[in-house]
Design a protein around this ligand. Structure first.
Ligand code: SAM
Ligand code: SF4
Length: 358
């Protein structure tokens, strides 16, 4: 089996693919109110071009792809694209990150096309607050999408909550209640500096440590171990996916590498997780590459260095040439970002997450 190993010994097997820079929401932490300047359509990779890149990356050792955006469900013909990806031998998992506004309509057809699982972003359970954070989104639609995803079998379903002080930190227990009543994994994500909007970063940042203290009132947070499980029969939480959470010998495990630290709480159907890019650097286990919708391959979310695969393809690059460029991106992957080491909000990188895909 081929393997992509970077200069620091990390195995790179996960590619996040942003298929659009367009979005039907304007989350306050991700986009300015007026939105971002969209790239013209001819500057966005076609599905055929993305397919070629993914196919080559899988030959080199990528085994998991996450489709993201912008909002991936605003792009036409996504089902067909997933159907084609599904045929790539060696691609073991296709996941999607969505804001859930239109997942309800597509959950079953996406599953049928070959999508394995979804992450759904949800930053408030109070309709007015949800509208405020997303600048106009409908909470009901996202809640209906979660139900549809459960019914369609897009497991394990992860609910991503970006914690924002003064906006949703009072709802931490309500979010945890989702994991109490449903087999979903609620993950609290630390807000990363993107220099968006009128609030300062320091005002909004809410750490995982603070969230954990609040969640302690619900009972003991029992850690779920990361790691491969030989012969694991996937349990209640997931089937046939690389990153399913499953039971073995009475303990719960998270198969594969995850940026989240996950916990279970007695009596809960789902789990609670924390993704703490600012307070707790997890770069040493980073296994990702990112492909932007305009065809740039980035080896680190927080570095502006990238390799222009679109230009290469449009200038006639062969699959071998693409493979060399993908290896180059892996070789240039930095040891770490410097988010936690800088004063909050002082990151030198000015970008919108919707352009890179989170
Ligand atoms: N539109 C889709 C969605 O919202 O799920 C996919 C793209 S979005 C950029 C991917 C993820 O990045 C979402 O879970 C979102 O909450 C997260 N995100 C965006 N900006 C962020 C920031 N500044 N800090 C932390 N997470 C962020
Ligand atoms: Fe759109 Fe997702 Fe960014 Fe919100 S987080 S503005 S839904 S891309």
């Amino acid at each position: 089996m081929n393997k992509l190993i970077d200069s620091f010994g990390r195995r790179i097997d996960y590619l996040r693919v942003s298929i659009t820079d367009r979005c039907n929401m304007r989350c306050i932490y991700c986009m300015p109110p007026e939105g971002i300047l969209h790239r013209p359509h001819d500057q966005i990779l076609s599905f055929e071009e993305i397919y070629r890149i993914v196919n080559t990356a899988v030959m080199l050792g990528i085994s998991k792809v996450r489709i993201t955006g912008g909002e991936p469900l605003v792009r036409k013909d996504l089902n067909l694209f997933i159907k084609n990806l599904k045929r790539i031998k060696g691609l073991n998992e296709i996941a999607l990150t969505t804001n859930g506004a239109h997942l309800k309509e597509h959950a079953f057809s996406l599953k049928e096309a070959g999508l394995d699982r979804v992450n759904i972003s949800l930053d408030s359970l109070v309709p007015e607050k949800f509208q405020e954070i997303t600048r106009g989104g409908s909470l009901d639609k996202v809640l209906e999408s979660i139900e549809a995803a459960l019914l369609a079998g897009l497991w394990p379903i992860k609910i991503n909550v970006v914690l924002l002080r003064g906006f949703n930190d009072s709802e931490i227990i309500s979010f945890a209640d989702l994991a109490r009543s449903k087999p979903v994994h609620v993950r609290f994500i630390e807000y990363m500096p993107t220099h968006m909007g009128k609030h300062s970063y320091e005002e909004l940042f809410f750490s995982s440590v603070e969230a954990r203290v609040i969640l302690g009132s619900l009972g003991e947070l029992m850690p779920i171990e990361n790691g491969a499980l030989p012969g694991l029969s996937p349990g209640f939480f997931g089937r046939n996916t690389e990153s399913a959470i499953g039971f073995c010998g009475g303990r719960m495990y998270n198969r594969g590498v995850s940026a989240a630290k996950s916990f279970r709480i007695k009596g809960f159907h789902g789990t609670i997780g924390f993704i703490s890019p600012v307070s707790e650097n997890f770069c040493s286990s980073c296994n990702k590459l990112r492909l932007t919708s305009d065809g740039c391959l980035r080896s680190c979310l927080h570095s502006s260095k990238s390799i222009d695969l679109k230009a290469a393809i449009r200038n006639g690059a062969s699959d071998n040439d693409l493979a060399v460029l993908i290896r180059e991106a892996v070789d240039s992957k930095p040891r770490s970002h410097h988010l936690g080491a800088e004063p909050a909000g002082a990151s030198s990188e000015h970008f919108s997450m919707c352009q890179i895909g989170g």
